[in-house]
Design a binder for this molecule. Structure first.
Ligand SMILES: CC(C)(COP(=O)(O)OP(=O)(O)OC[C@H]1O[C@@H](n2cnc3c(N)ncnc32)[C@H](O)[C@@H]1OP(=O)(O)O)[C@@H](O)C(=O)NCCC(=O)NCCS
Length: 211
């Protein structure tokens, strides 16, 4: 039997993560959140247990955490929070909604999240802490770095490479073999047809750097 899971964060992404875990018959104990106003709230029928200090009453190894920090500009928060908790001995669960279609030839790093209707094709590599969100498509031979977020319905064509901490916006398309450097923000609906070095925001069709 899999270990029970506590979700870090209690906002919209945390709810989607809880739903995916529950759909996969994983026991979810609840949420921890730094916002005191959230304590006592219920999300997907489960309690916000308290601040991170709640974790002191659990033993790493007897439960796992799941990263519930999402949002568009949150990639810079998702990783440091996970790093800090990992340094305290916690492990992060890999989350896989039962409706996600994942090739047996794909490589999924620990702590990645494959949400409802996501498709990950043969020989794709999904990095640690990366999110393949609702109905997003990660085609064959794509490489997603650590803590990349592929937002709902985005499409990464074959052999695309996405650097660490990047965000591919909802409904965006990235043409095959394109390489995007770390911390690239691709706007919703953009069509990326060329390589970009990273640390930039891309919008439009074809995608250009936003001023
Ligand atoms: C690209 C993005 C990051 C820019 O956000 P922002 O920095 O807050 O920028 P603003 O909303 O202030 O917009 C700045 C300009 O870019 C334009 N713009 C913003 N997003 C755009 C997009 N996706 N495509 C084309 N133009 C866009 C705005 O119209 C505005 O133009 P103007 O200066 O001529 O008025 C954001 O709009 C976006 O697309 N985020 C992805 C959303 C997403 O994936 N959500 C799923 C979450 S699970």
């Amino acid at each position: 039997m899999s270990l029970p899971v506590i979700i870090v964060g209690s906002g919209g992404h945390a709810a989607v993560v809880a739903d995916a875990l529950l759909a996969a018959d994983v026991r979810v104990l609840g949420f921890v959140d730094t916002d005191p106003d959230r304590i006592g709230a219920r999300v997907c029928g489960l309690p916000v247990l308290g601040s991170e200090s709640v974790l002191d009453s659990h033993t790493p190894g007897a439960a796992l955490l799941a990263n519930g920090i999402g949002g568009v500009r949150s990639e810079g928060l998702r990783k440091p929070v996970q790093d800090r908790l990992e340094s305290r001995g916690w492990e992060f669960a890999t989350v896989r909604h039962p409706s996600a279609i994942v090739s047996r030839f794909a490589t999924i790093a620990p702590g990645a999240q494959l949400l409802a209707g996501a498709i990950v094709q043969a020989n794709a590599r999904v990095g640690k802490g990366a999110i393949v969100n609702t109905a997003a498509v990660v085609e064959h031979d794509v490489e997603l770095g650590e803590f990349v977020h592929v937002a709902p319905r985005a499409l990464l064509c074959g052999a695309v490479v996405v650097g660490d901490g990047s965000h591919i916006g909802a409904g965006a398309v990235v043409r095959q073999h394109v390489r995007l450097g770390a911390r690239t923000m691709v706007g919703a609906g953009a069509v990326v047809v060329a390589d970009f070095a990273g640390d930039c925001t891309l919008v439009g069709v074809p995608a250009r750097e936003a001023r």
